[in-house]
Ligand binder design. Structure first.
Ligand code: FDA
Length: 525
């Protein structure tokens, strides 16, 4: 066995040497190409720097991907401007090191900050300028800004302007807009990506492109097809939308003993067809345990209405009386206060909290589904026992209604295809704090069982999924191997339906060598 061990040792040393070589060369290249007044020491962090761990972990939002065995980047680059992004891309290509772009780090499965091959994180944290033009209802926002920062600066200029994007204030604009991005205004105004007017992108050749110079194919692809396959998006021009000076919010919680199942069943008919000024999502949680026999499921109907409660109450009485909404359930507030309300801030917190970039994180696994036919009551009842299993102690299932503006935009207008005919989207989430692979496996298995149970009740011609709720269970590119169109279609059509083919075409034109890649990037032909 001696010669075999010898070969392994040699191979191992060779791999070590080549990876160290790559990383050193990359840094040398950056030093050589950086402008004199912009030293790279200001923008790089390697494992040798004391700042490395915090630079890496501050934007890891799922501790499932920050274990000792999680592959770590060789370098974290935090560019201060466009030229440093161009230099990073140039040197990474020259020295064959993979680049993962990170804006807010909310990627559910980690591809923005984890890679199985030697890699660099291009972290957009320093590029977070937000500039609001309230006269013309537009804004430019850089990819490294969070949604909280965007909302804060909009509200700073106007009480009657808003933007239709996500609920969690720490999400990064870069990943969110490029994957679609939805929030409480989606029934009125569609997705964040539907309201993007222009973008600045750096492509694989280092060219700085805007909408005109990149053309409509690439501009279309980055509005829902995920930015990571196509380039580095530096900033976005967005259309701000009108919101009333006062909106109304409510959260009504029903347990099984208060007919939660029947009300939820009825919600599927009411919520997607009701006035588009009204958005009612549902959060489902289990409570109690088999042991004590005090089990219940709670459905929290969590809502915003773009108007006062004087109009909301008759509307609910007419279209969704089963919920039994009364005036005392409702609170009027400004749109920006509703952002705090949905983000889970308690009364008394100030708008400045939207600028806070810290997020308490755990390990979690998520999946998504789209509902096109109402789920029967009996099928809903079949879900509940799963919430009482011990793995589900910290789980939540969230249903978001579609309809309204979402039904008017054609399936092929952007890569995001889940439009007319969709009743709503389901997101399943399970969290845990125990460390170790056994805990991960246990919870992930629970999630997969729930997903399998749901199969007959959700869109299943091709089971649809939301790209921004990345799920590597549905398929991924294999390390170091070319992915065929057929293989990639397995997850590609779930996220994008027929638009997947168009994304492959755009990828082939703009990044034929597949430099911008990750576990679920679009492959070129
Ligand atoms: P991150 O930086 O991890 O990037 C995600 C992907 O985009 C990666 O592939 C990355 O490489 C790529 N990318 C990032 N910046 C880029 C850039 N500048 N150029 C090119 N590619 C870039 N979604 C939703 O629609 N509505 C919601 O309400 C929520 N709520 C929510 C809450 C929480 C707690 C989490 C963790 C996630 C959500 N999401 C969500 C999902 C969220 O929209 C999704 O994870 C986004 O991709 C996150 O964008 P980040 O920039 O934060 O992620």
């Amino acid at each position: 066995s001696y010669p075999i061990i010898y070969v392994f040792v040699l191979l191992f040393s060779f791999l070590l040497v080549t990876s160290a070589h790559t990383h050193e060369d990359f840094l040398q290249c950056l030093t050589l190409h950086s402008e004199k007044d912009k030293p790279i020491s200001d923008i790089i962090s390697t494992p040798a720097n004391s700042s490395y761990t915090s630079a890496l972990n501050s934007y890891v939002r799922n501790t499932r991907f920050s274990t000792p065995s999680t592959p770590k980047p060789q370098v974290i680059v935090t560019p201060l401007g466009v030229s440093q992004i161009q230099e990073t891309l140039y040197c990474a290509q020259k020295h064959r090191i993979q680049v993962r772009v990170r804006s807010g780090g909310h990627d559910y499965e980690g591809p923005s900050f984890v890679s199985p091959v030697p890699f660099v994180i291009l972290d957009m944290i320093n590029l977070r300028n937000v500039s609001i033009d309230e006269e013309n209802n537009i804004a430019w926002v850089q990819s490294g800004a969070t949604l909280g920062e965007l909302y804060y600066w909009i509200a700073n200029k106007s009480r009657t302007l808003g933007f239709p994007a996500g609920v969690c204030q720490t999400i990064g604009v870069g990943g969110h807009f490029s994957g679609g991005g939805y929030g409480t205004l989606l029934r009125k105004y569609g997705l964040a990506a539907d309201n993007v007017l222009d973008a600045h992108l750096i492509d694989v050749k280092g060219r700085f492109l805007d909408r005109k110079s990149m053309g409509e194919d690439l501009f279309g692809a980055i509005r829902g097809g995920g930015g990571a396959s196509f380039g580095v998006i530096v900033s976005w021009k967005i259309k701000l939308v009108p919101v009333p000076a006062n909106v109304t919010v409510f959260t009504v919680r029903k347990g099984l003993e208060q007919n939660a199942t029947q009300i939820l069943h009825r919600w599927q008919y009411a919520a997607p067809n009701i006035d588009r000024d009204l958005f009612i999502r549902v959060l489902l949680t289990g409570s109690g345990s088999v042991q004590y026999g005090n089990r219940s499921v709670h459905a929290s109907f969590n809502s915003i209405y773009l108007g006062g409660k004087d109009k909301l109450l008759p509307l609910m009485q007419k279209s969704f009386p089963e919920l039994g909404l009364v005036s005392e359930d409702c609170t009027e507030m400004s749109w920006i206060q509703s952002i705090l309300y949905f983000a889970g801030f308690k009364n008394g917190q100030s708008l400045e909290d939207l600028l806070n970039r810290t997020l308490t994180v755990n390990s979690y696994k998520a999946k998504s589904d789209y509902v096109r036919q109402p789920i029967p009551e009996a099928a809903l009842e079949g879900i509940w026992p799963r919430f009482f299993e011990k793995e589900a102690q910290s789980s939540v299932t969230i249903l978001n209604p579609y309809g309204g503006r979402m039904s008017e935009i054609s399936e092929s207008a952007t890569p995001f295809p889940h439009r007319a005919g969709v009743i709503g989207k389901i997101q399943y989430l399970v969290y845990w704090s125990e460390e170790g692979t056994a805990a991960t496996k246990k919870h992930v298995r629970w999630m997969r069982r729930l997903y399998a149970y749901m199969a007959p009740y959700v869109s299943n011609f091709s089971r649809e999924a939301y790209m921004n709720y990345r799920d590597l269970d549905i398929g991924k590119n294999k390390k170091g191997r070319r992915t065929s169109l057929r293989q990639a279609s397995v997850w590609g059509t779930k996220y994008f339906k027929n638009n997947f083919k168009r994304l492959v075409f755009v990828k082939t034109v703009f990044d034929p060598t597949n430099f911008f890649r990750n576990e679920q990037s679009i492959p070129p032909l």
